[in-house]
Design a protein around this ligand. Structure first.
Ligand code: ZN
Length: 380
């Protein structure tokens, strides 16, 4: 789907290439990191070769990070899960998987595949370093001492170890959650794993205060990751058992491709609907005209331009009997504003957007709260 391929997972990022069908993006802040490193080497040494070596080292290190992300992505692909993109940020890489595999055993393998890649690279570099006669004394190896390859080897082992810390958003946190969910229900497992992650974050934070400020940064990162993960699971538990048909909008206007944009303007001003399904004469969905498309069309073609000229034809659809959670995941992963809902015969029966989902989420949360309040009162 061209629409998906064209969309990076993060704003402010540029595509630098496509390998194995997965686009690799680099975030603007990553470029700033490279410039900062170049500048600090230049200021410290005033030597072009030292500066190039410093930048080359960071690029090689992030090359290993990209391979780590491909470890996750290609293992997920074996279990039928696609990866939309890989993005390089200054704090590391992010592989945007469409979803996690449903089987916890598969999730464990996907999570372990990343650090395993760094272990393999580390061992391979160790062999190269040994064969070339270096690293006779392993105690001399460190993050900052040793040759280019020796430092790269040490950092690959550090990367593997760091990612195995059992806290979200680290890979170790996913392994822990998946392992726990083999023993308890997934919501409880995520809460337990997030709790362990936040306890570790507190511990890192305290260590950071006394020893190394960098640990404070990691603590913050882990704390936010744990909170986000347990929030996502909370949503999952509230939406459990709800079908798309219960949340979708059933009263809506449709357009035909040869209608002028003026008609869409009229409908969007007179109702609260902003995105319209475009149908052929027999009622089949041809495309979606979003509010953004409408504005773009008005700018380029004026009010007499037709709906068919500006509508989007690459769009996702969901089934009305599908679990709302899976529709929600797809809505988020395609970055779509709205998706048409089809029944078992492929006929359009509704529209689903993030507002519908947030509405049903608020209603069900309120009902949950009401029920638990009810039991408390009975207990008193
Ligand atoms: Zn990873």
């Amino acid at each position: 789907m061209d629409r998906q391929q064209a969309k990076p997972a993060f704003g402010w990022s540029w595509r630098i290439g496509v390998v194995a069908g997965i686009a690799v993006y680099v975030h603007a802040t990553f470029v700033i990191l490279i410039l900062w490193i170049a500048l600090s080497y230049w200021l410290a040494t005033h030597s072009v070769s030292a500066m190039l070596e410093g930048v080359g080292f960071i690029l090689a290190l992030f090359g290993c990070v990209v391979l780590h992300e491909y470890g996750h992505a290609l293992t997920a692909r074996r279990f039928g899960v696609r990866t939309r993109s890989i993005t390089l940020l200054p704090i590391g890489g992010v592989a945007s998987l469409e979803k996690m595999p449903d089987d916890p055993r598969e999730e464990i393998l996907v999570a372990l595949a990343g650090p395993a890649v760094n272990v393999v690279i580390g061992v391979a570099l160790w062999v190269v370093v040994r064969l070339s006669g270096g690293a006779d004394n392993p105690q001399e190896l460190g993050l900052t001492s040793g040759s280019f390859l020796e430092r790269l080897m040490v950092l690959n082992f550090v990367l593997a170890g760091f990612n195995l810390i059992p806290a979200f958003p680290m890979d170790g946190g996913r392994v822990l959650r998946a392992w726990l969910s083999l023993r308890m229900d997934p919501v409880q497992a995520t809460r337990a794993a997030a709790g362990i992650g936040q306890a570790l974050a507190l511990f890192f934070g305290l260590l950071g205060l006394f020893y190394n400020p960098f640990l404070l940064f990691i603590a913050l990162f882990v704390w936010i990751g744990a909170a986000a993960e347990s929030g996502a699971t909370e949503v999952r538990s509230v939406l459990a058992g709800v079908r798309v048909a219960q949340a979708m909008r059933t009263e809506f206007h449709t357009l035909s491709p040869d209608e002028p944009l003026a008609r869409a303007v009229e409908l969007s001003l007179s109702s609260s609907q902003k995105d319209f399904p475009v149908l052929d004469i027999r009622g089949g969905v041809l495309g979606i005209l979003t509010y953004t498309d409408l504005l773009r069309g008005l700018k380029e073609l004026g009010e007499q331009g037709t709906v068919g000229e500006v509508m989007e034809t690459g769009f996702e659809t969901v089934r009305s009997d599908e679990p709302l959670q899976s529709a929600f995941d797809r809505l988020q992963s395609c970055g779509c504003r709205v998706v048409p809902v089809l029944d078992a015969n492929g006929a359009l029966v509704g529209l689903l957007d993030l507002d519908n989902i947030s509405e049903i989420f608020q209603i069900r949360s309120a009902l949950h709260a009401h029920r638990s309040l009810g039991t408390d009162q009975r207990l008193m």
